[in-house]
Design a binder for this molecule. Structure first.
Ligand SMILES: C[S@@+](CC[C@H](N)C(=O)[O-])C[C@H]1O[C@@H](n2cnc3c(N)ncnc32)[C@H](O)[C@@H]1O
Length: 284
């Protein structure tokens, strides 16, 4: 990291990474943070904005922080080309979203079928579950959940409509897709379907592709992009974008031949880190 540089945290969340970036940037720096979720941004704002003036007796060595309620698909909006030293995206859901039953992300708690990261966006999981036809629903579950039992699950969902809550949906899926073997028994039968619905509701893969397409023009030579992803669909998109940038366009040098994963100790401390994969590339 370069003290005094301009860095983008494309997924501010509760501001954990942003705080560490800001600390290293110091007063001459600029941190630009984005998130789709206004509730997360509100928490991050308290942690990140206005610190230099509030810490009495300490030198005001805190960067300018700009927080934007925006999808990272629009990361380039208002930015001049080749002005960014680093871009971080830690994609997926935050603990704030997952642990709040009212947001509807979790099959382990009773809540409305919402799943929107941005509560102002139009499409909810309830609309998808109750209004797609059986074939469309099966395709979504297969494509974004990599769920082999997608047709059976879609049929069961359509027969049980209307479905209004996460718990009802999880019960319908569990009854339709009983685990066939030991490997399937390790994860809850609703895991893949919930993942698929979340990705579809939030257009997650399209947003990721738009971010990766915009990044090369935004980075300065020597600037770095780091993406942390949580499932194979996302990781494949990141890997392909970096590979393409390092071969055809020759604008990236890949810094991680293999994705960086959490150590056993980190996974023990934070079980959600278990499936995280980090990839990094440098603009040449
Ligand atoms: C895993 S959390 C990030 C946690 C953060 N790094 C921290 O240290 O607290 C992912 C965040 O990305 C946000 N997010 C997901 N997709 C997004 C998108 N397309 N545009 C902007 N924010 C997005 C979510 O709302 C969530 O707050």
């Amino acid at each position: 990291m370069r003290r005094g540089g301009t860095y983008i945290d494309a997924t501010v969340g509760l501001g954990g990474h942003s705080y560490e970036i800001a600390r290293r940037l110091g007063a001459p720096g600029h941190l630009i943070g984005l998130d789709k979720d206004p509730a997360a941004l509100e928490i991050a704002r308290k942690r990140l904005v206005g610190r230099s003036s509030s810490v009495v007796g300490e030198p005001p060595d805190w960067p300018t922080v700009t927080l934007l309620h925006r999808s990272f698909a629009e990361v380039a909006k208002g930015q001049r080309p080749a002005t960014i030293d680093g871009l971080l995206a830690d994609i997926g859901v935050s603990s704030l979203q997952l642990d709040n039953a009212a947001r509807g992300f979790s099959f382990q708690a009773e809540g409305p079928l919402d799943m929107r990261m941005d509560p102002h966006s139009e499409r909810t999981a309830e609309q998808v579950v109750n209004h797609l036809d059986e074939r469309q629903l099966a395709d979504v579950i297969y494509e974004f959940g990599e769920e082999r039992r997608s047709r059976r699950i879609a049929r069961a969902i359509c027969r049980s409509r209307p479905i209004r809550s996460t718990a009802h949906l999880a019960d319908v899926i569990s009854a339709a897709a009983r685990p066939m073997n030991q490997a399937e028994r390790r994860i809850h039968p609703a895991t893949r379907t919930f993942q698929a619905l979340r990705i579809f509701v939030n257009r997650e893969l399209d947003d990721l592709k738009a971010l990766l397409a915009a990044a090369p023009q935004m980075l300065k030579p020597g600037g770095r992009i780091i993406v942390i992803s949580f499932h194979s669909l996302e990781d494949r998109i990141v890997k392909d974008a970096f590979r393409e940038g390092s071969s055809q366009g020759m604008y990236y040098r890949i810094l991680t031949k293999k994705p960086v994963t959490a150590s056993q100790e980190e996974s023990d401390r934070n079980p959600r880190a278990r499936s995280a994969k980090l990839r990094a590339a440098e603009k040449v």
